[in-house]
Design a protein around this ligand. Structure first.
Ligand code: SF4
Length: 398
């Protein structure tokens, strides 16, 4: 395997500092690295070194396979009772006239718009408002499930769950059971930000804490559910806060095994209360993916949202530990574009996604939410008439 050869070559480099050599040897032996070694990687690991280690792990687990899915998003509202400083999305305090609040029927109609389309997942996440409560989501999930039972519902984060369960006066275990019974398929990774209170208090102090975020995922895992995890990086946190965040995820994963994918989210500074904070560089983004791949030895997948970091950086990331670049999206999300992402109308046809992956020598696999293979695109020939991605305008409440 070429990736192993590169790691062996790296180990023969007489100029490699002893600390980094020790970590590289551990990676070669598939040994877990410690918290301090995680910090060392951030402080001392250059891009080339980290890429060799991360790509070795990536190819050992997945070879060249690179996953994506066919999905669409529903964002119930961009109004929110919370006031996270990094949020470019929420419009409660600022331009309320730019807000939207979908009704149950409007959201259900968005699902029926995809009838007959080969999508496998609906991803539902947005702001937090009182009318979106436990009975509302029970009804929404069960209407979708009844209408299209095979469509996987990946919905809401612990930020929403903590809020709606508290309002309903039910504990997390009861709440997650009710959601599962209504048709919830899995939990996306959002709302994690940075767990450590030193940072969380400053950037998103009024929503669920890091411990509460983890507790909700734990209850969901206990029910046999799967979920993802994110980390919002590149703002005011220190390197050790990132390692602490991943350490807490690693510990919960040791306990439950319920996480599928870790998704580092780059802080974007457009139109939010942290616009004075500079964004991380592409080099730092790639280093961060690589360190996540090395540190989270019990996570199967590391994902890069192409819509958030640009198509080119997503291609590069496939050499730095990433094996999943998310979905076709169909221009149904505003979360990235409102934060200043390069993609203002994120949508790619399946053919475009497949070509993006093949252009950097990787092997495209369409997966469902739970990583079952839907289509192997390695030797697939697309018909001439493949459908172009479609766009529709989001309504604005005046
Ligand atoms: S990040 Fe989420 S919880 Fe925080 S203000 Fe924005 S929409 Fe609300």
């Amino acid at each position: 395997m070429e990736a192993e050869g590169n790691l062996q070559l790296l180990l023969q480099n007489p100029d490699l500092p002893a600390d980094l050599k020790h970590i590289a040897e551990k990676v070669l032996r598939s040994e877990r690295i410690t918290f301090d070694e995680g910090v060392t990687l951030y402080e001392q690991g250059d891009l080339g070194y980290l890429g060799v280690l991360a790509n070795y792990i990536r190819e050992k687990r997945h070879g060249d396979k690179t996953y994506f899915n066919r999905n669409f998003h529903i964002e119930p509202t961009n109004l929110c009772v919370y006031d996270c400083k990094f949020c470019s999305y929420s419009r409660l305090l600022k331009q309320k006239s730019e807000g939207w609040e979908y009704t149950m029927d409007e959201m259900f109609n968005m699902v029926t718009k995809y009838d007959g389309e080969p999508v496998t997942e609906v991803h539902i996440v947005g702001g937090v408002l009182p009318q979106y409560d436990v009975p509302f989501y029970q009804e929404l999930f069960s209407r979708i499930r009844t209408h299209r039972p095979e469509l996987h519902i990946k919905a809401l984060t612990p930020v929403e769950y903590h809020y709606i369960f508290k309002k309903a006066k039910i504990d997390y275990a009861t709440g997650m059971r009710l959601m599962m019974e209504a048709g919830l398929g899995s939990i996306p990774g959002g709302g994690a930000e940075i767990f450590h209170p030193e940072v969380r208090e400053l950037i998103s102090k009024d929503k669920c804490t890091g411990d509460q975020w983890l507790a909700i995922h734990e209850e969901w895992h206990k029910l046999g559910g799967r979920s993802n995890a994110t980390m919002l990086y590149g703002h005011i946190e220190k390197y050790w806060h990132r390692v602490d965040h991943m350490e807490q995820l690693r510990q919960l994963q040791d306990k439950t095994g319920g996480f599928q994918t870790f998704i580092p989210l780059k802080f974007r500074n457009q139109d939010n209360q942290m616009s004075h904070v500079p964004e991380s560089t592409v080099v730092e983004d790639l280093r961060n993916y690589a360190i996540a791949r090395i540190y989270l030895d019990n996570f199967d997948h590391i994902k890069a949202y192409w819509a958030m970091i640009s198509r080119t950086t997503a291609q590069l990331s496939l050499n730095f530990g990433v094996d999943d670049i998310d979905g076709t999206l169909d221009d149904t999300t505003k979360i990235y574009s409102m934060a200043g992402a390069e993609e203002q109308h994120p949508g790619m046809s399946t053919k475009q996604l497949v070509e993006l992956i093949k252009h950097v020598g990787r092997y495209p696999i369409e997966r469902d939410t739970l990583y079952n293979v839907v289509t192997d695109y390695n030797d697939f020939e697309f018909p001439e008439t493949e459908k172009k991605p479609q766009y529709y305008k989001l309504p604005v409440i005046n």
